[in-house]
Design a protein around this ligand. Structure first.
Ligand SMILES: [Zn+2]
Length: 454
């Protein structure tokens, strides 16, 4: 048993309690007590005590949509579908397992250092990603970047996905949770889609895909199925999966929201990516009003271009306000909920993750409060601002401690289980080869747009 104490505790429990002078007792991988320092210390007098001092302790952040990668800053200024055709798909054709693994190590490290304790990673060659999470210490939902269609035979396959489900379910004391992934519903033919749904049922796990990220998908769904995307997927049996998860969902209308309401679904809102790729503004307030669980995601290093969930919190708030022209929209508590308990609910893990409550996993972060960005800090009363500071002022670099399942995985900007400089060096050494092979591939198919140097 050990006790962490802090100036402020943001619990994210149902009452959104903030405790000034708070403590958390941790027994193994779980939270054993939450309260004032006096209460928790009195209840556990023999416990080792770690006084974190001027910090806000809060639940670890859940990054509900993420792709590992190493294309940061090299695929700019294009809308989604051109961006996929010119940069991303050619990368997938030449990507090697050791490159995918190196990218995962570095991306998870970036997340851990900026307060992410759970990451949902749609990526390739996921054995390497699972190894990275197993060692680094973060929680990982693996989502294979799967193509199950003859036109998309350069992604992971459903066989790869099934191997992840078989080999990694429950690994690292339950920190690694494999799901079934499809890059997009269009990336599967009928047989592929049916197998993906059946696999999710067989392994009792979620089915994860991108959906309605860009407006042009609406016309394509209409042409193929004569329906809006969600209605089309309903007809195709998509919701037979134990949980259906949609990244983006920017272009859902009210009729689609009504189909999703009350079902075991989750949505990831990814405002930075949606703004950067000019995809649109998701109707998040309408999702929340319908009771649909919504998490928050950074999307990948190439569409963000960092994996800082605090930046995502701020952007979610600002975009929500701009979309409705209502400065009260997307309240700070609402946004913090998305990044914690909301994300946990969207993943069906709300009984284990998302808040500082007795019995839940000890996934928590400390955010420095002795900084200009956190000043003034008022925990209670009419001017209470801790939630607003966390959403609008704090940056990921203010995170001074990250704990997952009761184990400290980063402290004072240093990873506990890996050498960050080595992870960076490894990615740097692999990038020229990946880019050269991609250029060679594009040259071999004629590079019809003439966009890539040889
Ligand atoms: Zn994505």
């Amino acid at each position: 048993m050990r006790i962490l104490t802090a100036d402020h505790l943001v619990t994210m429990n149902a009452a959104l309690d903030v405790i000034v002078g708070g403590a958390v007792a941790i027994d193994g991988d779980a939270i054993a007590a939450v309260g004032t320092i006096d209460e928790v210390v009195a209840a556990h007098p023999g416990a080792a005590r770690d006084d974190l001092g001027p910090v806000v302790l809060m639940p670890g952040l859940i990054n509900a949509h993420h792709h590992s990668g190493m294309l940061r800053g090299t695929a700019e200024h294009l809308p989604v579908w051109e961006w996929l055709r010119l940069h991303i798909d050619p990368m997938h054709r030449v990507l090697r397992p050791e490159e995918a693994e190196a990218a995962a190590w570095l991306c998870y490290a970036e997340g851990i250092l900026s307060g992410t304790t759970t990451v949902v990673d749609m990526w390739r060659y996921l054995d390497g990603a699972a190894r990275a999470a197993e060692t680094l210490g973060n929680r990982l939902v693996t989502v294979n970047y799967t193509g199950a269609h003859p036109d998309y035979d350069y992604f992971d396959t459903l066989d790869d996905n099934e191997r992840m489900l078989r080999d990694w379910s429950g690994a690292a004391n339950g920190r690694i949770v494999p799901w079934v992934g499809l890059e997009h519903p269009f990336y599967a033919d009928d047989a592929g889609r049916e197998r993906a749904i059946a696999m999710a049922r067989h392994y009792d796990t979620g089915l994860y895909t991108h959906l309605s990220e860009s407006e042009i998908e609406l016309a394509e769904f209409d042409e193929r199925y004569g329906a809006r995307p969600i209605q089309a997927l309903e007809k195709l049996g998509w919701f037979d999966a134990p949980r259906a998860f949609f990244a983006h969902a920017v272009w859902l209308d009210q009729s689609e929201i009504e189909v999703l309401a009350g079902r075991a679904v989750g949505i990831s809102h990814n405002p930075v990516s949606n703004m950067k790729l000019a995809s649109g503004m998701a109707p998040v307030a309408e999702f929340l009003a319908a009771g649909i669980p919504v998490g928050l995601g950074t999307d990948g290093e190439k569409e963000n271009n960092n994996l800082d969930m605090f930046e995502e919190l701020k952007t979610a708030s600002l975009l929500g306000k701009l979309r409705t022209m209502d400065a009260a929209a997307m309240d700070s508590w609402e946004v913090l909920t998305m990044a914690t308990v909301g994300g946990a609910k969207a993943l069906g893990q709300e009984l284990r993750l998302g808040s500082l409550e007795v019995g839940k996993q000890a996934d928590l972060i400390a955010v420095r409060s002795d900084t200009p960005r956190m000043t003034p800090l008022i925990g209670e009363g009419p001017y209470a601002n801790v939630h607003h500071n966390l959403v609008h002022a704090v940056q990921g670099s203010d995170v001074s401690l990250t704990m997952v399942a009761g184990a400290v995985v980063a402290r004072d900007g240093v990873l506990v289980n890996a050498d960050l400089a080595e992870l960076i060096a490894r990615v740097r050494s692999l990038v020229p080869g990946l880019f050269a092979r991609r250029s060679a591939y594009l040259a071999s198919v004629g590079d019809p747009d003439g966009l890539f140097p040889a």
